[in-house]
Design a binder for this molecule. Structure first.
Ligand code: ADE
Length: 247
């Protein structure tokens, strides 16, 4: 079975590519699709690009041109649940688009012509992802240098299964995330692609899971250490997750 892997950052794609053998590449719409194998399983790896439209077109190509039968998405997210800390992981139970509002024609957040607000990830993939994420978090101190963990105040990172809100906005204020929480208080994390990718997977009946490492708390400091977090923490998580999820 061919598995699609999408990374939300080029740095993640680069390290995941190190796991691949029998590599070839094809370009569609400016995206480079890297074809090969991980642990003898056929995979196609691609940088999602950022935002709902870019990521939706990328996943559509993975499905229609490469005939993937399952999707694993790795990336980072901002935490809107105050219990979450930087370095934690959120695995999608379900996703919705926090900037979708077709009211008064349809209910706020409902995706037109689907009757759906929440797109559910595949429960089997979610359970498998949870086991792999627990594993990585248990040995995080052996995988990532102490200085990096201290820099991001990562001490006992946890893994959650929950609701992810996606929208075409990098959330950088408590006012913005308070608005998200008023309507959907169960939202754990926000990012810019997951629910769009989930919508396309739903249309084509492709089982998927979205796995997001918390890079920031979606407040005024959200963007400050972003590149350093990807380079020092998130890309290592993503590589480990993919390596152990694909067997
Ligand atoms: N991805 C990582 N952090 C984010 C934030 N604060 N808002 C939206 N997407 C993000």
């Amino acid at each position: 079975m061919k598995i699609g892997i999408m990374g939300a950052m080029p740095e993640e794609v680069e390290v995941i590519q190190e796991l691949m053998t029998d590599i070839s590449e094809t370009t569609y719409g400016g995206r480079v699709y890297i074809i090969g194998k991980i642990n003898t399983v056929e995979v196609v790896l691609v940088f999602s690009r950022w935002g709902k439209v870019a990521s939706a077109t990328t996943i559509t190509t993975l499905i229609n041109e490469f005939k993937i039968k399952q999707l694993i998405f790795v990336g980072v997210a901002g935490a809107v649940n105050p219990e979450l800390n930087i370095g934690d992981i959120v695995i999608s139970e379900k996703l919705y688009q926090h900037d979708m509002d077709p009211s008064p024609i349809l209910p706020k957040y409902e995706i037109p012509l689907t009757g759906v607000t929440f797109f559910y990830a595949d429960p089997v993939l979610v359970t498998e992802a949870k086991a792999v994420c627990e594993e990585i978090l248990a040995k995080v101190t052996t995988m990532i240098p102490f200085e990096s963990l201290t820099k991001f105040k990562i001490s006992k990172p946890k893994c959650y299964i929950g609701t992810i809100g996606s929208g075409d906005k990098f959330i950088t204020s408590s006012k913005q995330f308070a608005e998200i929480l008023i309507d959907k208080p169960e939202t754990m994390a926000v990012e810019m692609e997951g629910a769009a990718v989930a919508q396309v997977c739903h249309d084509y009946a492709i089982p998927f899971v979205i796995i997001r490492t918390i890079s920031d708390k979606a407040n005024h400091e959200a963007h400050i250490d972003f590149p350093a977090f990807i380079a020092e923490i998130a890309k290592h998580y993503s590589k480990y997750i993919v390596q152990h999820l694909i067997k």
